[in-house]
Design a protein around this ligand. Structure first.
Ligand code: ATP
Length: 244
């Protein structure tokens, strides 16, 4: 579904991504792990059109989307939920969901159906449907921004650090929701610092180091990789190395 080849991105003199190639197949959850500054957010921004690549190609189902503006990328079926849980604090849960859909030009009836579907998917949000977004907990706000991403009917949903700053029990809850959305048919590209849970969930994963793909493999292979264990899981217990 998503194919990235030879992607490089620069911020002035800083090269944040060097010759990155990766792919995401329809139906997969693919996880990107990497230390702070490895280039994970830059990669997502490049896919969603917030940044233009210096070199390389990004294509979705065979169509080039590299360098398209964000509104065109979202219309082609890619939703990006950035890190930081940016809800509209003075709007209610339902208003937060509808505002994005109006911006995309959906009609009232479709929007009402989509909101009902999302509230059914996230029972916590259903309970808070009329609450202002500022009054939600961190976990509820995360569900809300994921729900808002789903209002665009994405084929590919990209999530940047959805568990950041959440209590461990909420981390599991959010990642279970991600798995559930995937089971209902949405392909997922997930950036996560919580490498063990995210790789357990993933069909495949990539490790980014200093803007390069350092390792790639199935979630299970990466979990067993000594390099991943040492850098992201807090220890080495042996196991086979996997290739980039
Ligand atoms: P984090 O987990 O901290 O968000 P990341 O893996 O998402 O890290 P990026 O935010 O993509 O990494 O950053 C990759 C590199 O690009 C880093 O060296 C960072 O300092 C640099 N960088 C990111 N944004 C900018 C910017 N707006 N201007 C200059 N350099 C930037």
């Amino acid at each position: 579904m998503l194919q990235i080849n030879g992607l490089s991105v620069r911020y002035g003199p800083v090269t944040a991504l060097h010759d990155v190639s990766l792919n995401v197949s329809a139906g997969e959850i693919v996880t990107l792990v990497g230390a702070n500054g490895a280039g994970k957010t830059t990669l997502l921004k490049c896919i969603s059109g917030m940044l233009a690549p210096a070199t390389g190609t990004v294509s979705l189902a065979g169509e080039s989307i590299g360098g398209l503006p964000p509104e065109q990328v979202v219309r082609r079926g890619v939703a990006h939920v950035p890190e930081g849980r940016r809800v509209f604090p003075g709007l209610t849960v339902v208003e937060n969901l509808t505002v994005a859909a109006y911006a995309l030009g959906y009609k009232d009836r479709q929007i009402a159906e989509d909101v009902a579907y999302i509230l059914d998917t996230f029972p916590n949000l259903k309970r808070r449907a009329k609450s202002y977004a500022w009054s939600l907990s961190g976990g509820e706000q995360q569900m809300l921004v994921i729900g808002r991403g789903l209002m665009a009917h994405p084929r590919l949903l990209m999530l940047d650090e959805p568990s950041l700053g959440l209590a461990p029990i909420l981390v599991e809850e959010v990642l279970h929701v991600v798995a559930d959305i995937n089971r209902r048919g949405t392909t997922i590209l997930l950036v996560e610092q919580n490498a063990s849970l995210a790789l357990m969930l993933a069909h495949r994963g990539y490790v980014l180091e200093n803007g390069r793909v350092a390792l790639a493999g199935t979630g299970a292979e990466l979990l067993k990789s000594p390099r991943v264990m040492e850098a992201y899981l807090g220890g080495v217990e042996g196991g086979a190395e996997v290739g980039a």
